[in-house]
Design a protein around this ligand. Structure first.
Ligand code: ZN
Length: 202
């Protein structure tokens, strides 16, 4: 971790002060009055939102992964569906959507609520969707040592929608599969079918 990054993680107030100053300058740069009522607290609000949105850089905010022994020898797919919000690293605007995470346990299982916390953690960084997908899958593979992991993200990118051709509600899909999901086409197909069913249900 760089020095600056540890400052971000350990000295929250300092980060908020620095970023507030920069945001105030941005407001001034467009010729707006940063002291008028509606804008007065904006720099600090933006800084606080950024601090929260980028907390995934801090190891101390990494979710505690409580695992249990797989006593029943459950060996079918465990599938979870949730939402995520991340920041595109090219434009620093959100990309967000659905996250599908599945694994086939070996010796360990994880509380289902933890899966979405892991997604949240890696999403709270400056990201590209491909890397986010990979980071979630690799983290689970490392911690859980399961027979396989699969992650699909299905997301809207505001940078794509706001600029240029303005394609409203266009979505991008990325998938990362490891171990059994990679080697066994049927397992992979089972996962992709579940994802497709959930997406069609929207
Ligand atoms: Zn972008």
């Amino acid at each position: 971790m760089s020095d600056r990054m540890s400052l971000f993680c350990l000295n929250r107030e300092d980060y908020i002060k620095t970023v507030s100053r920069i945001v105030r300058e941005q407001i001034e740069a467009v010729g707006e009055d940063p002291d008028r009522e509606g804008l007065r607290d904006t720099p600090e609000r933006v800084a606080k939102l950024l601090r929260e949105s980028l907390r995934g850089y801090c190891a101390e905010e990494e979710p505690k992964v409580t695992m249990f022994e797989n006593r029943e020898n459950y060996d079918e797919m465990i599938f979870d569906e949730g939402y995520f919000y991340s920041y595109c690293e090219h434009h620093m605007v959100p990309f967000f959507g659905k996250a599908f995470v599945a694994y086939i346990p070996d010796r360990k299982i994880i509380g289902i609520s933890k899966l979405s916390r892991i997604v949240d953690h890696f999403a709270a960084r400056l990201q590209i969707q491909e890397r986010l997908t990979k980071q979630i899958a690799e983290f689970l593979q490392e911690k859980l040592e399961p027979k396989g992991v699969a992650v699909t993200l299905h997301a809207r990118h505001l940078c794509r929608e706001m600029r240029g051709v303005k394609k409203y509600n266009s979505k991008m899909t990325t998938t990362e599969v490891l171990s059994a999901f990679r080697t066994n086409p049927l397992t992979r197909q089972e996962f992709m079918n579940l994802v497709q069913n959930r997406l069609n249900g929207d």
